[in-house]
Design a protein around this ligand. Structure first.
Ligand code: ARG
Length: 581
C-alpha cells in the first residue's frame, strides 16, 4: 500500500503533467512547516513554470483547479510564490487512524518491491578488542538492518571480521612464548587489548621475535595444522569478546552472519587472474595494481588500487573484491551496503569501480558505502582514554549502565534495587545507541555522557520516559471502572492538537521509507522526538480521563496509538522500552 506522501505525489505530479503538457513532472512533496499551511506542501510547480516561462502562481492555480478534493484531501491551495498547500480531510485522518489501531501490524507498510540486501556492518578486526571505532558502525548498521527487514526486504547480514594477515603471525608467535599449554589460552586472552600491546612491543623491540612472527605467518598461510589450530582457538576467543559486546548492545548479529576475511582466501588467486584476463592489471614497482582513469591523486598522478604485493601477498582490497563478487553472485544481492568509517571512502570507491569494470557485479546491483564520521571526545579530539589508549567498548558500555544506575537511584530512590538495575541497563545502553543514531551519520560525533543521559532534549531517556508516561495513563484507565471503554473506540478529531498528533502518527511509514533510501536513522529519531512532543502538547491541552465517554475513548485510543508507534520506532532503532522509569 502506498504511503500518504506517495499517494499525494502521484496525484499532484499527474495533474502538473496534464496542465503543463510536460511528461513525468515531479510534485516534490514535503511535510508542511506549520499547521496553518496544511499538512503537506508541493514545491514542484516553480521549476516547471520556469521551463514554460509562465507565472508560477497561475500555473499552481491551474493545477489546483484540475485536482479534485476527495476522500483523502479536503482542499488544495496556492501559497507563496507557487507552492501548493494540501489540507487532508479530518474524516479520512480519523478513520485511517482508527483502522490502524485495530491492525497494528500495518503501522509499517511493506515495500512493494522486496529486495535482497546485503549489509556489511560491525566487521571488527579480531586481532584486537572491539573499541569505540566499531561502535558507530555496529549501532547504525543494526538499526538499518532492522528497518529494512521490517519493510519486508530480505536482509543478509555480513560480519566481515578481520581474521587474517601478518598481525596474526605475531600474535600466535607471542602466544606460543607465553604459554605452551592451550588450556590457559582463555586466561591469556582475557584482556585481548593488553595481549596485543605486549605482542606488538616485543615485535618492535626484539628482532629475533619479529623473525619468529614472520615464520609463523608463513606456516599459517602454508596450512600448517598446528598453527591453524592455534589460530582457530585465538579467533574463537576473540569472537567471544565481540559477542559479549553484541549481547550487551542487543545487536542482532549471529555466528551464521559471520563471513570473515579468511573465508575468501581461496578465491584471491582467481580474482587476480580474472583481472589479468580482462587486461585490468598493471605491474608497478613489483606490485599488481589496477589503474582506473577516474582515480587521480592531488597532482593528477594516477592512483592505483593495489591487489597483490611484490612478495605475492594479497591486500584488504583483494579480499573486498572477492567479497563483492561473492555477495553479488552467491548471495544474489540487489543492493550491498557497507556501513564503514568514512575514512575508508576512497577504498570503497575504488573497489566498487574495479568490481564494476571487471564485471564482478551486475550493473543493476547497487553498491553503497554508508559512511559514518569519527567519534570524538568532548575536547574535539578522537575519543581516547586519559592515558591516550583506545577505550574498550565493553568498558564504555559498563560505564553507561553505571551512570544510568546512579541517575535512576537519585531520581527514584523508592524503587527496589533490582528494578533500578533493570532500568539502568535499558537506559544506559539506549542512551549510547540513541546518541549515535540521532546525530548526522556522516559528521564526526562528540561523545558526551551528560548530553546523552539528559532527561530532556532529543535523547533516549526523554523518549523512554515519554513512553512510560503514556503507558501509565493507559494503566490508570485500565484500572478504572470503565476499562471496557478502550476495547472498541473510534478515533475522532475534536481539537487541533488531536489532529496534529494523528497526522504525525500516520507519517511513520514515509519516515521509514526515507531511512531505507538514504540510510540516515536520524530521520527516525527526529520523528520520534517530535511525536513525543506533540503527544505532550495534546495531553496538556486535551483532558483524557475527565472527558465525556466517546471523546475519552477516542483520546485513550490516540494514547494507545502513540505508545505503539513509539515502541515500534524505538525497537527499529534497537532500543528496549520500559514500563516505569
Ligand atoms: N575490519 C575493517 C576495520 O576494522 C572493516 C571492514 C569493513 N568491511 C569491508 N568489507 N571492508 O576497519
Amino acid at each position: 500500500m502506498a504511503t500518504i506522501r506517495e499517494t499525494l505525489d502521484q496525484l499532484i505530479s499527474d495533474a502538473l503533467s496534464q496542465v503543463s503538457g510536460i511528461a513525468d513532472c515531479q510534485a516534490i512533496l514535503v511535510p508542511a512547516s506549520r499547521p496553518e499551511f496544511g499538512d503537506y506542501q508541493a514545491n514542484g510547480v516553480m521549476s516547471i513554470a520556469k521551463q514554460l516561462k509562465k507565472n508560477p502562481r497561475e500555473l499552481a492555480a491551474a493545477v489546483c483547479d484540475r485536482l479534485e478534493s476527495g476522500e483523502l484531501v479536503d482542499h488544495f491551495e496556492v501559497a507563496g510564490p507557487g507552492f501548493i498547500n494540501i489540507h487532508l480531510s479530518d474524516n479520512w485522518l480519523a478513520s485511517r487512524a482508527t483502522a490502524l489501531l485495530d491492525n497494528q501490524a500495518e503501522l509499517v507498510q511493506q515495500t512493494a518491491r522486496p529486495e535482497t540486501i546485503v549489509v556489511d556492518y560491525s566487521s571488527p578486526n579480531l586481532a584486537k578488542e572491539m573499541h569505540v571505532g566499531h561502535l558507530r558502525g555496529t549501532i547504525i548498521g543494526d538499526s538499518l538492518v532492522r528497518i529494512l527487514e521490517r519493510l519486508g526486504h530480505q536482509v543478509i547480514r555480513q560480519n566481515h571480521v578481520g581474521d587474517w594477515g601478518t598481525q596474526f603471525g605475531m600474535l600466535l608467535a607471542y602466544l606460543q612464548q607465553v604459554s605452551d599449554d592451550l588450556d590457559s589460552l582463555s586466561t591469556e586472552l582475557e584482556d585481548l587489548e593488553a595481549f596485543y600491546r605486549a605482542a606488538k612491543e616485543k615485535f618492535d623491540a626484539d628482532p629475533e621475535f619479529a623473525n619468529q612472527a614472520r615464520n609463523s605467518v608463513v606456516r599459517l598461510q602454508g596450512g600448517d595444522e598446528q598453527s591453524l589450530m592455534l589460530w582457530h582457538r585465538f579467533i574463537e576467543e576473540s569472537l567471544r569478546h565481540c559477542e559479549a559486546v553484541y549481547d550487551k548492545l542487543q545487536i542482532r548479529m549471529r555466528r551464521s552472519d559471520l563471513r570473515a576475511e579468511s573465508f575468501y582466501n581461496d578465491s584471491l588467486p582467481g580474482i587476480i587472474s580474472e583481472l589479468e584476463k580482462q587486461d585490468l592489471l598493471t605491474v608497478s614497482q613489483g606490485a599488481s595494481c589496477v589503474f582506473l582513469p577516474e582515480f587521480q591523486g592531488k597532482e593528477n598522478e594516477p592512483l592505483p588500487l593495489i591487489v597483490q604485493k611484490s612478495d605475492g601477498g594479497y591486500l584488504y582490497a583483494t579480499t573486498d573484491l572477492a567479497a563483492i563478487r561473492f555477495r553479488a553472485t552467491e548471495l544474489a544481492a540487489e543492493r550491498v551496503l557497507y556501513v564503514v568509517d568514512a575514512r575508508q571512502g576512497l577504498h570503497f570507491q575504488q573497489v566498487f569501480a574495479v568490481a564494476r569494470a571487471a564485471g564482478f557485479v551486475a550493473p543493476e546491483c547497487r553498491l553503497e558505502h554508508v559512511a559514518y564520521g569519527t567519534m570524538m571526545g568532548k575536547d574535539g579530539k578522537p575519543f581516547k582514554t586519559r592515558s591516550g589508549g583506545l577505550i574498550k567498548l565493553i568498558d564504555l558500555l559498563d560505564e553507561a549502565v553505571r551512570r544510568a544506575f546512579d541517575l535512576v537511584s537519585a531520581r527514584s530512590p523508592e524503587l527496589d534495587e533490582e528494578t533500578r538495575r533493570e532500568i539502568a541497563d535499558k537506559v544506559g545502553i539506549g542512551a549510547v545507541k540513541y546518541a549515535d543514531l540521532s546525530k548526522n551519520r556522516t559528521s564526526d560525533y562528540v561523545f558526551d555522557w551528560d548530553s546523552m543521559l539528559a532527561l530532556d532534549g532529543n535523547t533516549a531517556p526523554y523518549l523512554l520516559y515519554a513512553y512510560t508516561r503514556i503507558r501509565s495513563i493507559l494503566r490508570r484507565q485500565e484500572d478504572g471502572a470503565e476499562a471496557s471503554i478502550t476495547a472498541t473506540s473510534a478515533i475522532a478529531i475534536t481539537t487541533a492538537e488531536e489532529r496534529q498528533l494523528i497526522v504525525k502518527l500516520l507519517r511513520l511509514p514515509e519516515i521509514l521509507q526515507t531511512v531505507a533510501t538514504d540510510y540516515y536513522p536520524s530521520h527516525l529519531c527526529t520523528y520520534l522526538f517530535e511525536l513525543a512532543g506533540l503527544f505532550m502538547r495534546f495531553y496538556e491541552a486535551c483532558p483524557i480521563l475527565k472527558a465525556e465517554p466517546p471523546v475519552r475513548a477516542s483520546r485513550l485510543a490516540l494514547a494507545r496509538f502513540t505508545a505503539a508507534t513509539l515502541s515500534e520506532g524505538l525497537d527499529l532503532l534497537g532500543l528496549e522500552t520500559l514500563e516505569q522509569m
